[in-house]
Design a protein. Structure first.
Lengths: 50, 368
């Protein structure tokens, strides 16, 4: 499960991986981001940013 | 010591010394394997890890491939059992008598960044050969297997090596012709994967000694360590270099090797396994739920996944310096890029005009 994160400027450029409280940045070369994209492709939806 | 310079072979120096001179490699970064001597284990600091998911990172730069049917069938640990010239090895222990199904696979591998093999010329007519050398010791004897694969896992070369005596260190080397076809990345992605088989079924096994458009992990008929409960496999002194000859292990300075590891992973806790007081001090901006930011010790391969800690070693919970209390909620790094993060987004809402320092430990992971 993931939750979108806003940065200090209010932009969503990373996601919280809830299982281990890790911040995963939206970088195509990051393997955790690649896993997030695969999770989205399975039809899942992240929790909205606060 | 004699150094020779001529127009044909360039600069030549001895590879060994018997008179105590300082001898080093002529070319830097001869060995494209990082942490080939298994001296760094930032994540686990020597603790044993039972592999329960695919792509588990163990010792620095080392990756455990594991198909789901083989979950929990082996452990990986940094060991102080080593051969002469080394002080550590990577130890694999089989935890059961696993049945290796046709589609099963398990291996220890290292993924070499494409930017670190731009001179290989792979995928073209100018592809150069490489030589993989390593020291290995196992409770089992016989023919073992391993592999080279590209990033997309649609090109593979399977190799074999023989362990002749049980529980005895033996050095092996395998020379592999460069692949003249296929796609081999020269970016910050995976350039190549080099791995040692632990347990692979027939679907992912093939004939050794040639390139193919496959995703094989081992050679048909080679030993599957995980089929023997309690079997052990140690490896160290791993080197992958250009050329058709295995040369002496490229001993880099311990500091340089750590920096090379930290391009892919760093933690403020090292050399401890747990975060604690040895953390970064960040200041809080008043009346806002963001703190100042932090630059990593070493720039990363790509923007890393960042997890924050405090005195309690709980993920997402940095501490206040003034009270020692953990910030409630889940705090996260904000505006993360490859050199640092701009700020910390606090998990709790502060009252107006809050001023204190934040104790933040972190891990930053940018593995391949």
């Amino acid at each position: 499960m993931y939750k979108l994160l806003k940065n200090i400027e209010g932009d969503v450029k990373s996601v919280l991986r809830i299982a281990d409280s890790a911040c995963v940045p939206f970088d195509p070369a990051n393997i955790d981001y690649q896993q997030y994209l695969a999770w989205l492709a399975e039809g899942n939806t992240p929790l909205p940013a606060e | 010591m004699t150094i020779t310079l001529d127009g044909t072979t360039g600069i030549t120096t001895p590879t060994t010394s018997t008179t105590g001179e300082f001898v080093t490699s002529v070319t830097s970064f001869k060995n494209r394997i990082i942490n080939g001597a298994m001296v760094f284990d930032q994540r686990n600091v020597g603790a044993s890890v039972t592999i329960s998911s695919d792509n588990t990172k163990t010792l620095d730069r080392w990756n455990s491939r594991c198909e789901s049917s083989l979950f929990n069938s082996y452990s990986v640990q940094q060991s102080s059992t080593a051969t002469t010239g080394f002080v550590n090895s990577l130890l694999v222990t089989s935890l059961s008598t696993a049945s290796i199904g046709a589609t099963a696979f398990a291996s220890q591998e290292q993924r070499i960044e494409g930017l670190n093999m731009t001179d290989f010329g792979w995928g073209s007519a100018s592809a150069v050969p490489i030589t993989v050398s390593f020291w290995v010791r196992s409770s089992l004897t016989g023919t073992f297997g391993g592999y080279i694969q590209n990033s997309a896992q649609n090109r593979a070369y399977v190799f074999t090596y023989t362990i002749s005596a049980a529980n005895t260190w033996e050095q092996k080397s395998i020379t592999i012709a460069g692949d003249t076809t296929g796609t081999w990345l020269t970016t910050n992605g995976i350039g190549l994967r080099v791995g040692w088989n632990l347990g692979t079924g027939t679907t992912f096994s093939g004939t050794a000694g040639s390139w193919g458009s496959t995703n094989y992990y081992s050679a048909t008929g080679s030993i599957n360590l995980l089929a023997t409960n309690g079997a052990t496999f140690y490896i160290t002194g791993v080197q992958l270099e250009k050329g058709s000859t295995a040369t002496s292990f490229d001993y880099r300075s311990i500091g340089a090797e750590l920096v090379m590891c930290q391009r892919y992973y760093e933690t403020t806790s090292y050399p401890s396994a747990s975060q604690g007081l040895d953390t970064t001090q960040l200041s809080i901006i008043w009346n806002a739920n963001f703190s100042s930011g932090q630059k990593y010790l070493v720039a990363k391969r790509a923007a890393p996944t960042v997890t924050l800690y405090g005195r309690t070693n709980v993920a997402g919970a940095p501490s206040r310096t003034d009270t020692g209390a953990a910030i409630t909620g889940t705090s996260t790094a904000s505006s993360v890029n490859s050199i640092g993060f701009l700020s910390v987004s606090l998990g709790q809402t502060l009252t107006a005009y809050s001023t204190f320092a934040l104790e933040v430990g972190y891990t930053a992971a940018s593995e391949l």
